[in-house]
Write a protein that binds this ligand. Structure first.
Ligand code: URP
Ligand code: ZN
Ligand code: ZN
Length: 478
């Protein structure tokens, strides 16, 4: 066996986007060697006696490790820095059955893209518990950054670029800059990711609210109306068409109005895609953001939580079923309540924007399976396979098949998870946005490139095990 570790996962139900089968999974070193029908392993002479590790998955689901394509580890933002390092954040991700993240390297206006990317490698390399890739945020579209975009596609395995229609004066691009970046991306086949909110109009509403004395956290949502997410999404789609039909991916979608725009563009056959996040499927303005006092600050994120009295939750779940929403990511952007969220006491516009959730996406979306919102296969598709395909990592990531990286989550549907700081919580945050959420299922065992990193409620991985993933172009285009 030449020192290569062999692992056999026996007796489980292997789930892919196209179905579920009873099968054993044989792992040779870091990759999947075979997916074997029950009894086939023995027939081939593969038994517990001649593999190094056997994992009993009887009664459990064996699914690809989760791929979370939207995280912000130690990102400087809102006058502070996201509280998870690459070490703490990827370890928490492992606890949640995630085996790959794609984080965002940030170029600020006037800064160099290459320096920004180097800074992100400096933060991440040697520190991650699971594999990781990068998107590049272009916060200052100019001649240099446009050139750098093409360089990154050709040389750095970065094939997706996030632009902001929100945050004027910070990461914001105007329509002309957006068009130019889209044209550049289109030449190399790259994907444009868009934060689609009309930031110019939002800033007017924010200033008016603060001047009126409407400073509680709930005004964060009330000054970012759904219409302005819908409008920006519409505009982004039109600009993408004008730029030659560049592939466009709308991030952290929260509003029915935006979903309708994406659905219409997809119906017309355009390469327009969208993700949502668990917070937009479960949480609301009334139940979280409008909690008494300053408590709601825990849920200040952009796009914002929407009112439960409209139909955003229902529409987003439907969008997930209909593939109007192709991916669920977390937009993991954690800030502690003490000293970080508290920066906005007396002025909601100073609350750092972001919710931590990298640990809980597989759990929360599995609850959607239990609740009848999505199928088991769709859970795997939206959380594992499509993110890998969308961002050029398939079939190395996102599938259990011969040759794929042995990134595997063994999920126990008979287990139970209580989320909360005193229960299951490994992110570097002093609170949980998901406090008290109960999940009818549990992360059982997690493997990253053939190595067991979670078992028996213990983290057995290590910082530095995670490798940088050079990504190709999207494999999801029509
Ligand atoms: O509130 C959020 N989403 N914070 C992270 C930055 C972004 O816009 O994704
Ligand atoms: Zn954003
Ligand atoms: Zn984000």
């Amino acid at each position: 066996m030449n020192g290569v570790t062999r692992t056999l996962i026996t007796g489980g139900t292997v789930v892919s986007p196209t179905g579920r089968i009873a099968a054993d999974v044989l792992i040779d070193g870091e990759t999947v060697a075979a997916v074997l029908a029950p009894g086939q392993a023995e027939g081939l002479g593969v038994t517990a006696a001649n593999v190094d590790t056997t994992i009993d998955a009887a009664g459990k689901y064996v699914v690809p490790g989760g791929v979370d394509v939207h995280t912000h580890m130690q990102m400087p933002f809102g006058g502070t820095e996201a509280s998870d390092t690459f070490e703490t954040g990827t370890t928490a991700a492992a606890w949640g059955g995630i085996t790959t993240i794609v984080d965002f390297a940030v170029q600020n206006t006037g800064g160099s893209v290459q320096d920004a990317l180097a800074a992100w490698h400096e933060k991440a390399d040697g520190n991650c518990a699971i594999d990781y890739g990068f998107h590049q945020i272009i916060g200052g579209v100019d001649e240099e950054s446009l050139k750098a975009m093409t360089y990154l596609v050709d040389n750095e395995g970065i094939t997706s670029f996030k632009l902001f229609m929100a945050y004027p004066g910070v990461l914001y691009s105007d329509d002309g800059q957006i068009l130019r970046a889209m044209q550049t991306a289109n030449e190399s086949g790259a994907m444009i990711m868009m934060h689609a909110e009309n930031g110019i109009a939002i800033d007017v509403l924010v200033a008016q609210a603060v001047a009126r004395g409407d400073t509680d956290p709930r005004f964060h949502s009330l000054t970012r109306p759904a219409e302005l997410e819908g409008e920006a999404t519409h505009r982004a789609i039109q600009l993408a068409k004008v730029a030659g039909n560049v592939p466009l991916y709308i991030v952290h979608m929260s509003a029915s109005e935006a979903l309708e725009e994406v659905a219409a563009a997809r119906h017309q056959g355009h390469n327009v895609f969208a993700e949502t996040c668990p917070q937009y499927l479960y949480l609301s303005l009334e139940d979280q953001l409008a909690q008494p006092g300053f408590e709601g600050a825990k849920w200040v994120c952009s796009t914002p939580l929407r009112t439960k009295h409209e139909h955003h939750h229902r529409d987003l779940w439907k969008g997930l079923r209909m593939n109007e929403l192709a991916v669920v990511s977390t937009d993991h952007c954690p800030f502690c309540f003490k000293e970080q969220k508290e920066m906005g006491i007396g002025d909601f516009s100073k609350i750092p924007n972001g919710i931590g959730g990298v640990e809980h996406r597989m759990e929360l979306l599995y609850q959607g399976v239990v609740n009848g919102e999505i199928s088991l296969e769709r859970w795997v598709e939206t959380c594992c396979t499509t993110p890998a395909r969308m961002f050029g990592m398939y079939p190395k990531k996102g599938i259990i098949a011969p040759g794929a990286d042995a990134d595997i989550l063994v999920w126990d549907p008979n287990g139970h998870t209580t989320i909360g700081v005193e229960h299951k919580h490994h992110m570097n945050m002093d609170h949980s946005a998901w406090e008290g959420f109960e999940i009818d299922g549990k992360v059982d065992t997690v493997l990253s490139r053939g190595r067991v990193i979670i078992e028996d409620d213990t983290f057995t991985g290590s910082k530095g095990h995670g490798q940088y993933v050079k990504r190709g172009l999207s494999q999801y285009l029509v």
